[in-house]
Structures are given as structure tokens and as C-alpha cells.
Design a protein around this ligand. Sequence first.
Ligand code: MBD
Ligand code: FE
Length: 254
Amino acid sequence: MSETKTNTRVSEIFDLFYKHLNNFLKEANPNHEEYTEFVKWADRLGRTGELPLFMDVFIESSVLKNMYADKPGTEPSLLGPYYVEGAPILEKPYKLPMRENEKGEKLKFSGTVKDVNGEPLANTLVDMWQDDADGYYSSFDSDAPPYNLRGRFYTDENGYFEVDTIVPIPYQIPTAGPTGEFLKMIDQHPYRPAHLHIMFKHKGYETLITQVFFEGDEWLESDVADGVRPSLMTKLYDGGDYKKASLDFVMRNE
Ligand code: MBD
Ligand code: FE
């Protein structure tokens, strides 16, 4: 966007924000002590590095729902605060980087990427990341090596991919900081259902950032970050000494 266009957009959004904020304040009618407590809390949110977490838990879902209502193709879901660019490009057979004794149940996850007309999209870049069996993301709340359980790979000539990983577990938002403090005050539990993060890139198509969820998870109905969409559900099947799951994805033309 050009600089003038960006400035116009910021000013347009700020005008709206200010208008609604003032109406909101009139109705909520905080006193001065409540206001100063809020400022201190927001300051902690910034200083502890939890601002992106808070935003992605409470704001990102609405942005996506407004952007993608009624569009064809796979529903996008939250990017979330734990994406890291530049994950290793994997070689076949694909397996997300993991520690030698990575805990957790083995998972073979597969899928097919197609366009809105059902044509397979070969050579689509698939970028996947997830939490480990302790519920931690590498480079954030775990001491695993960088890019643990993060990897990039390509679909084959039929738009198909399969990758070995572990079954993700429900994610608990950190409870010790200002985000946890807030959740407690509004009486909301800190859990997200288990999910895989997955991003697809293909020239000429809108980048698809989404997530995959598993039937039967106890937090599907009450995801603290509101990321669950019915079309993003899959099911874990028993494959012997591992689980398997699959889901197909549809990318929209740019
Ligand atoms: C997550 O793992 C996540 O995916 C989102 C959207 C917010 C907080 C934690
Ligand atoms: Fe996540």
C-alpha cells in the first residue's frame, strides 16, 4: 500500500475505533481507579511479551470471520502467536523435526490440496507447526531445539502429502501472566483443543493459514481462542503403533 493510502486507512479505522470506544466507555462507565488499574495491566501485557497472545486469543478470530464469511475453499483459522518463519525444508519421507525421545503418540497426518474446481495443486508449500506432548511450542514455552515440531514440505503431483509427527495435545494458555489473570477474572478456562497449525502457499492462490482439530477433544466447544470451525475437524484412527488422520484442503484463487 502507498503511504497516503495507509495513512487514510489508519485514520479511517481510528475514527471508527474512537467513536465506538467512546460509546463503550459511556456505557461501561469505569471510574478513575478502574482506569488506572487497566493501564497497569495493559502495561504488564506489553512488558511480559503477552500482547500477541492476548490479541490472537481475543481478536484474531473475529478479523478472520469477517474477512472470509461466505467465501469458497477451506476456512482459515488463527495464525496464533507461535508461528516462526523459516522452518526447515524437509526431505521425503516427511517427518517434522523432533527430539530423539520425543514424547507423545506417533501421528501420520495426510491430506490433499486442491483448487476450488477440485483440481489437485501439485508442489504446494505446506508449513506445519504444533505443540509437543507437554503442550509447549518450540522457541516459546519449551526448551526443545529451535524448529522442533516445525517443518515445510511440498505436495506431490496429485496434491497429496503425508507427514510423520506426534499427536498434538490441548494447549493451555500461560496462566501466570496478565492474560491468565484476565481469564480468571472473566471465569474462562485457559484451554485450546489440540490442533495442528498448517499454512499453504501456492503461486496464484491466496495463502491459506488454518488449523486442524480432532473429534472428541474436550475443548472443541469452548476453545478460549474461538479457532474451531466444523470444516477443520478430522478424526484420529488407530494405525497399530501410531495414529493416523487426514483432511483435504481447498485453496482460493488470488
Ligand atoms: C495457540 O496455540 C494458538 O494457536 C492461538 C491461536 C492462541 C494461543 C495459543
Ligand atoms: Fe496453537
